[in-house]
Design a protein around this ligand. Structure first.
Ligand SMILES: [Fe+2]
Ligand SMILES: [Fe+2]
Length: 147
C-alpha cells in the first residue's frame, strides 16, 4: 500500500482519532464544570472517571499493545516518542485515580479537574499532531497489518 498522505489518517488510526474527538469533548466538559459548585464538580468528575474506565483505558491499552511497539526498533526520536506517550499514559491514569478518590469522597478539587482536562487534551493533541504522522511515515506496514 502506498504511504498515507500527511493530511489523511491511515484506516488503522481512524478509530483512534474518533476516540480522540470523544476524549476532547469529555475533557472540555470536565474543564467547564470546574467552575461550578461542589455537586456539579462531583458529578462531572464521576462522569469523566466512568468515560475513562469504560473507553479511555481500553484505548490506552490498545495504543500500548498495537501502536507503540512499532517505534521500538526505530531511531532516537521514535523511541523518545514511545517513552513520552507511555509516561503520559501513566500520569493520566494516576490523575484519574486521584479524581475518582475525590468523587468518592464527595469533594473534587477544581484545580485537579482543570489539570486532568488539560493533560488529557495535550496528550490527544500530541498523538494527533506528532505520533500518528510519525507512525504513518515510519511504520506503514504495521498500520496495514492492523487495519
Ligand atoms: Fe494515548
Ligand atoms: Fe490516543
Amino acid at each position: 500500500m502506498s504511504p498515507t498522505p500527511w493530511n489523511r489518517r491511515h484506516p488503522a488510526l481512524v478509530p483512534y482519532t474518533s476516540d480522540h474527538h470523544h476524549g476532547l469533548a469529555e475533557s472540555r466538559r470536565l474543564k467547564l464544570a470546574a467552575g461550578g459548585g461542589a455537586a456539579e464538580r462531583v458529578a462531572a468528575a464521576s462522569r469523566f472517571c466512568a468515560f475513562f474506565r469504560e473507553d479511555a483505558a481500553r484505548h490506552f491499552a490498545d495504543e500500548e499493545a498495537h501502536l507503540l511497539p512499532a517505534l521500538m526498533d526505530k531511531g532516537l526520536a521514535e523511541r523518545a516518542m514511545m517513552v513520552t506517550i507511555l509516561e503520559e499514559h501513566i500520569e493520566l491514569r494516576e490523575l484519574v485515580d486521584e479524581l475518582a478518590r475525590g468523587a468518592r469522597a464527595g469533594d473534587v478539587d477544581a484545580h485537579l479537574m482543570r489539570k486532568v482536562a488539560g493533560a488529557f487534551g495535550a496528550h490527544i493533541r500530541l498523538e494527533e499532531r506528532r505520533l500518528f504522522p510519525m507512525l504513518q511515515r515510519i511504520a506503514p506496514a504495521v498500520l496495514d497489518s492492523i487495519a
